[in-house]
Write a new protein. Structure first.
Lengths: 240, 79
């Protein structure tokens, strides 16, 4: 029997520009990639959500500060609070921090320059839904492209929430932090772009390891959800 | 009533923009012991009640205008 295809939504805000790459990459990794418009107050039935890169609302005021108030972000917050898997890439990471789903904030690069290049990253944790296909301590090469990627953690950040660190810090992030997850581990944000590194032709396929991990975890949650529905159905059919 | 909100990077938060401004001023021959760059938001408010206006703008700052992790804010009210 073919493996069930998990449904993974990608939210498009005004100014998102990596949404189509994310949709393409997820479909290539055998997920059903579902576009979600920012004005939708409810998410369709999904097994995971990706907030893509770009410049939502022109990055006005602070990156991600306005996108935080869009109807789809409220739906994503409710989805995450119910345990749903959420991945924020670049601007998506900024939105998750502004929305309070992830700790910390992202500020202008220390160099004041926009950086656009492949960066090596160390996997600090391979036991998350976003890195399960990686090995702890392994190096991934994934591109960054941002002007505001300097991560500033809250003073009480638990180092167990750091999932990736830069081996060459491109933006001045505190403690070389490139990716953080929430305490529960179902929400992750990172500045590098795994969706731009899914084929050796693009320079690296290391990003596919992360996205395929997400597809695996989404498939797992789909199976759990389906089993629950089947059980409820069987239960309903039992004679009283 | 009008309000002016001053948003500043908190002490201890690296402000590379401020450092660049300081550097440029020094190149122009000015003696500057430090520069930090923030933002100004001018607001037109419907109320004429100062306490009500301040309470309202505080809420705006907490919810949107400043990020309390990295920024501090100061509110000025003008009649």
């Amino acid at each position: 029997m073919a493996e069930p295809q998990p449904r993974i939504g990608v939210v498009t805000y005004p100014g998102s520009n990596d949404d189509h790459d994310a949709l393409w990459a997820l479909a290539a990794l055998d997920a059903e990639a579902v576009p979600v418009w920012h004005e939708e107050p409810e998410l369709p039935k999904l097994d995971a959500v990706v907030l893509p890169g770009g410049f939502s609302y022109g990055d006005y005021l602070r990156c991600g500060a306005i996108a935080r108030f869009s109807p789809a972000t409220a739906a994503v917050c409710a989805f995450a609070e119910a345990g749903g898997l959420v991945l924020g890439i670049c601007n998506g990471f900024q939105v998750l921090c502004e929305a309070g789903l992830l700790p910390g904030a992202l500020l202008q690069n220390a160099s004041l320059r926009f950086v656009c290049r492949d960066v090596p990253l160390r996997v600090e944790r391979a036991d998350t839904p976003f890195t399960s296909r990686c090995e702890t301590g392994a190096t991934l090469v994934i591109p960054v492209k941002h002007g505001d990627g300097r991560y500033v953690p809250p003073p009480d950040l638990d180092s167990a929430q750091v999932v990736l660190r830069y081996l060459e810090n491109p933006n001045g992030s505190t403690d070389d932090i490139a990716a953080v997850c929430n305490e529960r581990g179902n929400v992750l944000g990172l500045m590098p772009h795994p969706e731009h590194a899914v084929d050796p032709l693009l320079g690296s396929a290391d990003g596919a390891l992360m996205l395929a991990s997400l597809v695996d975890a989404a498939r797992e949650s789909l199976l759990v959800r389906t089993a629950r529905v089947v059980r409820a159905h069987q239960h309903a059919q039992q004679p009283v | 009533m009008r309000a002016t909100v001053l948003v500043r990077p908190k002490p201890g938060i690296l402000d590379p923009q401020g450092a660049a401004v300081e550097n440029a001023l020094e190149h122009l021959g000015f003696a500057v012991g430090g520069a930090r760059v923030g933002k100004v938001v001018d607001l037109e408010l419907d109320t004429a009640d100062e306490a009500a206006a301040r309470a309202e703008v505080e809420k705006m700052c907490e919810q949107l205008l400043a990020n309390p992790l990295i920024e501090s804010y100061e509110i000025e009210l003008h009649g």
